[in-house]
Design a binder for this molecule. Structure first.
Ligand SMILES: C[S@@+](CC[C@H](N)C(=O)[O-])C[C@H]1O[C@@H](n2cnc3c(N)ncnc32)[C@H](O)[C@@H]1O
Length: 282
């Protein structure tokens, strides 16, 4: 339903699907900063069309910076892969409302598949611009059949931003195995938080901001420290990159206090792993 004065009603989204609003809102806020990190004006345009109390999420500046930076880091990896493989498919797992295909603008023969749950895909279809090369896939990645409508013979760049923490370990390992069973060759890149201990999980649940309560309630996987762990789930995956957000040049755009805290966190291996991009080749 679209109320002319208020935008699209999203009250039917499940709590898990609603997490897509949070990351989209974070990128929208970034786009309105004087010096954005990602600078995605489409994010703000999409948010402006949704009837939802975004302000009530209480998204802190640190989350805006992180969401914008990890999207930028993933975009860069997709750009590199698609410029080397101009016939590639890009597959965004748990794509939410992300406007990745319109930011990255890959070579014209690249097809971009956004996979998500039914409520989110329905919303994507209403909110994202139409593009001949951007496709939506309504599926749960827990379902073995999710890749079936995606060409398997082209090089595949598979990304996931903000998805895996919400899945259980058996579902994640299933996704990692299914990838190489379906796609002949490619890369998998995703954001990761290292190992999330019980203290952090309790702190997230008890935090006063609504966004932390809703994310905490959906959190399904405590993660891993050693980036080689996914290679044990699927030996066809080879780790090719572990990049901490704390080491990215864009942290110079963070507000002073956050820049300092991020630089300090980047000096220690364990804290540097708390916000990283992992990339595997297969
Ligand atoms: C935090 S949001 C991130 C969305 C998007 N990647 C972004 O950066 O804005 C997590 C997304 O994962 C999706 N999701 C959660 N579980 C899923 C599953 N089993 N299969 C497909 N998508 C799922 C949610 O619907 C939501 O859109």
């Amino acid at each position: 339903m679209m109320r002319p004065d208020r935008g699209i009603d999203v009250s039917d989204l499940s709590p898990l699907e609603q997490t897509s609003l949070l990351t989209q809102y974070a990128r929208a806020l970034d786009s309105q900063w004087a010096q954005p990190i990602l600078g995605d004006p489409l994010a703000a345009d999409i948010v402006s069309k949704i009837d939802y109390d975004f302000g009530g999420l209480g998204v802190p500046t640190s989350v805006v910076c992180q969401a914008a930076l990890r999207a930028k880091m993933l975009d860069e990896r997709v750009r590199a892969f698609t410029s080397e493989n101009p016939d590639a498919v890009v597959v965004d797992l748990g794509a939410g409302l992300d406007s990745g295909p319109f930011r990255v603008r890959p070579p014209p023969a690249v097809d971009w598949y956004s996979v998500d749950l039914p409520g989110v895909i329905a919303l994507r279809k209403r909110l994202l611009p139409i593009s001949r090369r951007a496709h939506s896939v309504t599926a749960s990645v827990a379902d073995q059949s999710w890749p079936e409508t995606i060409p398997s013979h082209r090089p595949a760049m598979v990304i996931a931003d903000g998805l895996f923490a919400f899945l259980s370990e058996p579902v994640i390992t299933g996704v990692f195995r299914r990838l190489t069973a379906h796609f002949r060759t490619g890369e998998l890149a995703f954001n990761d938080y290292g190992h999330i201990g019980w203290f952090t999980r309790v702190a997230v649940k008890l935090a006063p901001q609504k966004m932390f309560a809703s994310v905490g309630a959906q959190w399904g996987y405590p993660g891993f420290e050693d980036a080689h762990v996914p290679e044990t789930w699927n030996p066809q995956l080879k780790l090719v990159e572990e990049a901490s957000l704390a080491h990215a040049p864009e942290i110079d755009l963070f507000p002073n206090w956050l820049r300092l805290a991020t630089k300090v966190s980047g000096m220690f291996e364990t804290s540097a792993r708390k916000a990283r991009i992992l990339r595997y080749r297969f």
